[in-house]
Design a protein around this ligand. Structure first.
Ligand code: DGJ
Length: 732
């Protein structure tokens, strides 16, 4: 970064510097702005940096000099001084002192590119040679601001950092409504909204290390004054870009300011930082919307497609994954047969899941072979190359599964490298899914994991997709690589090690599509996602449950990245019978794939599947690159759900409507008003994926103005549970 000479750093950005009421210091306003939002700070030499505003952008930001109290709240409160409400940083200095008082020491700005500007605010301790740089990146068009902190010092010996947050946000309102995303295996990203009460709320994961998003996602939405509306009212959204233990805390103080603090979880994670070393936090991603939760989601979707997702602007291939269709029980013929059928259906890629490797300990179930990434010669005598070539001969791309961070005790890898396994000395190493975690804080393990990726890709030039899985949490924390007095570094070093591998892999294989998977959605965050093209939202492929899971995921993560597969009925996880049309209609609202034995689809269903895949190809750009509008929530007890995607030029839209369990014998219509269309345009509305020749929409194939579709809406006759409709609107 080009450093601005210290003298220039203090030039007021907006031209106004005044003496604050009762204060002596000259203050100036520092505005970190996007097209529609601004984060405003008041800064003065050697004084704490005061937070003034985060919300809608106004002209004349200098007026914020006169808003609020001159002493606070601080933008990055440390333990020490007069800050009483919140804590971003807690340090034990080299001499044992517990307190830190951070004050302004200048700032600098630079354009990263036409759409992004970085502002670095330098803070220093009043007493010790310790500094914290706050890096804010304004993503102007998307109204997203990311924030991270970098600490360093020149004390005489290492300092012990107990807590270091990525960002703090003090907000002021009469009431706060928090939306967060609770989960478990098979029901990830369930949406919960609650009014915050005194005492506050903490959403965190503090000991899984891996699979940290299975029980709660490190993201939220927050509405002021009223429960969140989809298209009205002030809503903030936040997502921590971190794949390890995290903590989001929402603490109202006695003055009714809500302090949001986000960052790595400090539990058992103190860090010794040597003089001259830099400790960097993950980024907190924030967006502000004056138009409800819907716009907040659209901001994040646009931002991630442009800045935080691999190949975010390129529509994804429709794939058949082998897992639920074959599990571990396959040979070459099973797979080539699946490829034949996939190609005949119009599918574009075949992905070979778990079970293709291991010789001394063949991976024929989940009990052995993990870690031994050599092709199983008995199952696949002609190797992966033959399968990948076969796929290409059928017009398909070829992808393959790996789980390189893990090892079965019954494997050659565990026999050869017991020192690589995460463990606590002297204790039994607990197993989960018969496996252990490899210690990615160890550079030798990082090299190994990188090599697994490289070697797998090298199995055939026709491999263009990797599914990267991770099927257990840490539990038995401990590293043989880290010294005894650095064991608390394990949590961060693991994730840093993982990101180093991602970086290296991405540099070498920029064109490979990579799926982020962890027993479904147990690793889903913007830290990992930027190296991936998509994520496996859940191992639960039951379409009824997927409506709820995908509705939640879509609040924060975009549809282009949400892998959503049509699987068998009865569903393997829940036993539920679901019609093929409903399964397709749900999977088509994300990145469509299939995950079953195609031979099990026959007769009229086969023809239906072929047509649905064709239809998806038509609507794919709108679903994957368009704007999401949530129209009816599956969480509001009505038993129905609806959402629509609208193309950026508003010439096209696709409506998905689902009846989950509402039952009405006669005369029931599901009335849905569209959003986001151009009122002045005229659209032809066509039902897709029709089961019979009679449309569920009486106006099928007719034309309507956008104005009518948004004010009067469409009436859909889908009265029974598991009936659904897909309407495609195209400008006439
Ligand atoms: C868990 C994943 O979520 C599944 O999709 C599948 O890949 C299995 N692991 C394979 O072991």
């Amino acid at each position: 970064m080009t450093r601005i000479p210290p003298l220039l750093r203090f030039l007021p950005l907006l031209g106004l510097a005044v003496t604050l009421p009762g204060g002596q210091k000259q203050a100036e306003i520092l505005e970190i702005a996007t097209a529609g939002s601004a984060l405003v700070l008041a800064v003065a030499p050697d004084a704490p940096v005061v937070f003034r505003h985060y919300g809608g952008r106004t002209a004349g930001a200098d007026a914020f000099l006169y808003k609020g109290h001159r002493d606070g709240p601080e933008v990055y409160p440390a333990f020490g001084g007069t800050n009483f409400a919140n804590l971003a940083l807690s340090v034990v200095h080299a001499d044992g002192s517990l307190t830190t008082e951070l004050v302004y020491a200048g700032h600098e700005r630079r354009a990263l590119d036409a759409g992004r500007e970085e502002t670095v605010v330098h803070l220093k301790d009043k007493l010790y040679p310790l500094t914290v740089d706050l890096h804010f990146t304004a993503h102007k068009a998307e109204d997203v601001i990311t924030q991270r902190a970098v600490l360093s010092h020149r004390e005489k010996a290492p300092v012990r950092v107990e807590t270091i947050a990525s960002a703090c946000l003090p907000l002021q309102a009469g009431a706060y409504y928090l939306t967060h995303f609770h989960g478990a295996w098979g029901r990830e990203m369930r949406v919960t909204e609650e009014k915050l009460t005194p005492g506050g709320k903490i959403i965190e994961e503090y000991r899984k290390g891996v699979q940290t998003t299975m029980s709660d996602n490190p993201s939220f939405m927050l509405a002021l004054e009223h429960p969140a509306d989809e298209e009205a009212g002030e809503v903030y959204a936040g997502a921590l870009a971190w794949s390890g233990n995290y903590r989001l805390s929402f603490a109202p103080d006695e003055l009714e300011t809500l302090h949001i603090t986000a960052g790595m979880n400090p539990f058992a994670a103190a860090r010794m930082v040597a003089p001259g070393e830099a400790l960097e936090t993950p980024a907190m991603v924030l967006t502000y919307s004056a138009r409800g939760r819907g716009q907040a989601s659209r901001n994040l979707h646009d931002w991630s497609r442009r800045h935080a997702l691999a190949h975010g602007g390129e529509p994804r291939a429709i794939l058949l994954n082998s897992w639920e269709g074959a599990y571990f029980a396959f040979d070459e013929k099973t797979l080539t047969g699946m490829m034949d059928d996939a190609a005949a259906l119009g599918i574009e890629m075949f992905v070979l899941d778990d079970g293709w490797f291991g010789n001394k300990h063949p991976r024929n179930d989940a009990r052995a072979g993990l870690g031994d990434w050599q092709v199983n010669r008995q199952k696949l005598p002609r190797g992966i190359g033959h399968l990948a070539d076969y796929a290409v001969s059928k017009g398909l791309r070829f992808g393959i599964w790996i789980e390189p961070e893990m090892v079965n005790p019954r494997s050659e890898l565990a026999e050869n490298h017991p020192e690589w396994v995460v463990k606590s000395p002297g204790r039994e190493i607990p197993q989960r899914r018969n496996q252990w975690v490899l210690d990615l804080s160890n550079p030798a393990v990082q090299d190994f994991v990188e090599k697994v990726f490289d070697d797998t890709v090298a199995l055939s030039p026709n491999i263009t997709y990797i599914k990267w899985d991770a099927n257990r949490p840490v539990w038995s924390a401990g590293s043989e690589y880290l010294p005894a007095d650095r064991q608390t570094h394990f949590w961060k070093d693991y994730v840093d090690g993982l990101y180093k591998v991602y970086e290296r892999v991405r540099a070498k294989h920029p064109d490979i599509t990579i799926q982020l998977c962890s027993s479904g959605g147990a690793r889903l965050d913007y830290g990992a996602l930027k190296y991936h093209d998509e994520f496996w939202a859940s191992d639960n492929t039951n379409a009824v449950d997927r409506v709820l899971i995908q509705y939640g995921a879509g609040m924060i993560y975009p549809a282009i990245a949400t892998a959503s597969h049509v699987s068998a009925s009865p569903n393997h996880q829940t036993g539920m019978m679901v019609p093929l049309k409903f399964r397709f209609d749900v999977a088509m609202s994300g990145r469509l794939g299939m995950e079953l034995q195609p031979k099990d689809i026959a007769g009229a269903d086969l023809e239906f599947a072929r047509r649905a895949i064709q239809n998806y190809k038509r609507i794919r750009p709108v679903v994957q690159l368009g704007d999401l509008y949530r129209l009816c929530s599956p969480y509001d007890e009505k038993g129905r759900a609806a959402l629509a995607y609208v193309s950026k030029d508003r010439k096209e839209a696709v409506l998905f409507a689902y009846n989950l369990y509402h039952f009405h014998a006669r005369g029931f219509t599901f009335d849905v008003k569209l959003k986001g269309l151009d009122p002045a345009k005229t659209y032809t509305v066509s039902e897709l994926n029709m089961k019979t020749s009679k449309s569920v929409f009486p106006g099928n194939k007719k034309t309507f103005t956008g104005d009518y579709l948004m004010k009067a809406g469409v009436s859909l006759s889908i009265p029974r549970p598991q009936e659904s409709a897909v309407l495609h609107m195209t400008e006439k």
